[in-house]
Design a protein around this ligand. Structure first.
Ligand SMILES: [Zn+2]
Length: 128
């Protein structure tokens, strides 16, 4: 799903637009999904694609929702991010290119990965 910036701006709230389309970062410890412990799927706030499952969510203490792996290998894609003088791996929605957050190699076993994802970039869909 490809849309222009103008289209996204009309569709998304200001917070979501800032994070997903302008690669912004919400303030730590403010996100609505940070302490969500319900079972379900975390979907893209822009295109509703399933991104992460609650099974892989863990408390990282970093201030943003953290996951050890994506819902499936096709859910996200990666880009090297050299902004802010750092070398990081950016995580994007594979379907609509929304900026989600970054992935770090200091997560728990067995994946060893920590997907540090903005709450604003996701919508939680609980399992009934
Ligand atoms: Zn998306």
């Amino acid at each position: 799903m490809k849309r222009s910036s103008e289209e996204w701006q009309k569709l998304l709230s200001e917070d979501v637009y800032y994070v997903c389309r302008e690669k912004g970062t919400e303030a730590p410890f403010t996100g609505a999904l940070l302490h969500n412990k319900e079972t379900g799927e975390y979907c893209c706030a822009c295109c509703q694609a399933a991104l992460f499952h609650s099974q892989s969510k863990f408390e990282s203490g970093c201030g943003w929702p953290a996951f050890s792996e994506p819902a499936n290998k096709q859910a996200v894609r990666y880009e090297t991010d050299h902004s802010h003088g750092m070398h990081r791996i950016e995580v994007l929605c594979n379907q609509c290119d929304a900026h989600l957050g970054h992935v770090f190699q200091d997560g728990p076993a067995p994946t060893g990965q920590r997907y540090c994802i903005n709450s604003a970039a996701m919508q939680f869909r609980g399992e009934k």
